[in-house]
Design a binder for this molecule. Structure first.
Ligand code: PLP
Length: 390
C-alpha cells in the first residue's frame, strides 16, 4: 500500500463523478438516459478552426514551442482583450495555457503562500477551492442566495477580508448559476478590491454566451486602479466549442506572466502547437462571429423552453440565467438534499443532473442546456413526473 502525499487528502473527491459514472453505466446497459450534466457545448468546433489546425499540422507546426505560447496567438489574444474588453494588454501580458483550468491552477501556484486566503463566492465552479488548497491556500467561501441573484455584494466582500486575504475569484457569467454582474455591481466590488489592495482574478470564459440584454463587462476595464489588480482568465472551450483542444489563457502584469511561464516550463510546457493555430483562426476569422451567434440562438431557444416548463412545477424555482448554459434549480421545497434529489432522479427517471452541493449549495441542482431539444423536452417531462411523485 503506497502512502500518498498529504496534499491528495486535501482535495475533495468529486461527488459529481459518482453520478456521472452511474449515468454512463446506465447508458451502457441500454437505458435511455436524458443527460443535463454536460459542461461543454454540444456543437462541433467550427470547420474553419479545424481546417486551420489541419493546415498547421501539414505545415509542420508539430514541435516544441515557446512555453508562454505562440507569438501570433499571444498577440491575437492581446488584441482581442483590447478590442472586446477594453483592457490595455500587450502580448507580453498574455500566457497561453492548457485550458482556462490550468491558467487558474498556475496562477494559484505563483500567487498563494501557505495560509493566504482566497475569497470565493458560492455557488462556485467546483475546481476553485481545490486549486487554492493545492497551492496551500485557504478558500474563504462567501455564500450568496437566489434572492441576490447569486451575486456577492460589495459589503459581503468587505466583510470577508482579513489581513491574510490575497485574492478574490470573480466569475461572470457564472457557472453554475448563469448570473451576470452589472457595471454598477462590478464598480462596487472594484472599490472594495482597490481600497483593500486585494487582487482579483476574473474568470471570463463564458463572456460570449449571453441572453436578453445582458452585457459582459470586464472588471479590469473600469479604471486604472482596478486594472492594475486584475488578472483575466479565459479560454476557447466554451465560446468556440473547443473543450478538447485545451487552449486557454491568462492576462496580467508581466511579472505574473513571467512567473507563470516559469512554472509552465517545468510542468506542461507549451500548449499543443497545432491546437494554438486553431485558436488563432478562432480569433481572427470573421466566420467565428457567425458560429458564435448560431450557438447563442440555439441556447436561447432551449433556455426559453427550460424556463417555461420548469415554471409550471410549484415545488421548483430558479433564477433566470443571463449567461452560460446552465440553470440552477432550487429543489429545497421537495425536502431532499441535492445529492438525494439527483441520485433518485437518475435512478427513477433516468435523468442525469449535477447536485448543487458540488458547487457549495445544497438547495439546488444544476441543469445544463448544452443538449438537444428532444432531450430537454423528454428529460423535463420526466423531472416533472419525479417531483409530482415526491
Ligand atoms: N472556468 C469555468 C467557470 C468553467 O466552467 C470551466 C470549464 O468548465 C473552466 C473555467 C475551464 O475550462 P477549460 O479548462 O476547458 O478552458
Amino acid at each position: 500500500d503506497v502512502p500518498l502525499a498529504s496534499r491528495v487528502g486535501e482535495v475533495s473527491p468529486s461527488l459529481t463523478l459518482e453520478i456521472a459514472a452511474k449515468a454512463k453505466a446506465m447508458k451502457a446497459d441500454g437505458l435511455d438516459v436524458c443527460s443535463f450534466s454536460a459542461g461543454e457545448p454540444d456543437f462541433d468546433t467550427p470547420s474553419h478552426v479545424v481546417e486551420a489546425a489541419k493546415r498547421a499540422l501539414d505545415d509542420g507546426k508539430t514541435r516544441y514551442g515557446s512555453a508562454a505560447g505562440e507569438a501570433e496567438l499571444r498577440s491575437a489574444i492581446a488584441q482581442k482583450l483590447n478590442l472586446d474588453n477594453n483592457l490595455p494588454y500587450n502580448p507580453e501580458n498574455v500566457i497561453v495555457t492548457n485550458g482556462g483550468k490550468y491558467s487558474l491552477f498556475n496562477l494559484m501556484q505563483v500567487l498563494i503562500n501557505p495560509g493566504d486566503e482566497v475569497i470565493i463566492p458560492s455557488p462556485y465552479w467546483l475546481s476553485y477551492p481545490e486549486m487554492v488548497k493545492l497551492a496551500g491556500g485557504v478558500p474563504v467561501i462567501v455564500p450568496t442566495t437566489s434572492a441576490q441573484q447569486y451575486k456577492i455584494t460589495a459589503s459581503q466582500l468587505q466583510d470577508a477580508i482579513t489581513p491574510q486575504s490575497k485574492l478574490f475569484i470573480l466569475n461572470s457569467p457564472t457557472n453554475p448559476t448563469g448570473t451576470v454582474y452589472s457595471q454598477e455591481e462590478l464598480e462596487a466590488l472594484a472599490t472594495v478590491i482597490v481600497n483593500n489592495d486585494l487582487l482579483v482574478v476574473s474568470d471570463e470564459i463564458y463572456e460570449k454566451i449571453l441572453y436578453d440584454d445582458a452585457e459582459h463587462i470586464s472588471i479590469g476595464s473600469l479604471n486604472p486602479e482596478i486594472f492594475a489588480r486584475t488578472l483575466v482568465s479565459s479560454g476557447f472551450a466554451k465560446t468556440y466549442a473547443m473543450t478538447g483542444w485545451r487552449v486557454g489563457y491568462l492576462a496580467g502584469s508581466e511579472k505574473i506572466i513571467k512567473a507563470m511561464t516559469s512554472i509552465q516550463s517545468h510542468s506542461t510546457s507549451n500548449v499543443c502547437t497545432f491546437a494554438q493555430y486553431g485558436a488563432i483562426a478562432a480569433l481572427k476569422n470573421p466566420l467565428s462571429e457567425k458560429a458564435i451567434s448560431e450557438m447563442r440562438e440555439a441556447f436561447t431557444e432551449r433556455r426559453k423552453v427550460m424556463l417555461e416548463v420548469l415554471s409550471t412545477v410549484p415545488q421548483l424555482s430558479c433564477s433566470k440565467p443571463y449567461g452560460a448554459f446552465y440553470l440552477f434549480l432550487d429543489i429545497s421545497q421537495t425536502g431532499k438534499t441535492s445529492l438525494e434529489f439527483a441520485n433518485q432522479l437518475l435512478e427513477e427517471q433516468q435523468v442525469a443532473t449535477v447536485p448543487g452541493i458540488a458547487f457549495g449549495n445544497d438547495a439546488c441542482i444544476r441543469l445544463s442546456y448544452a443538449t438537444d431539444m428532444n432531450t430537454i423536452k423528454n428529460g423535463l417531462e420526466r423531472l416533472t413526473k419525479f417531483v409530482q411523485g415526491i
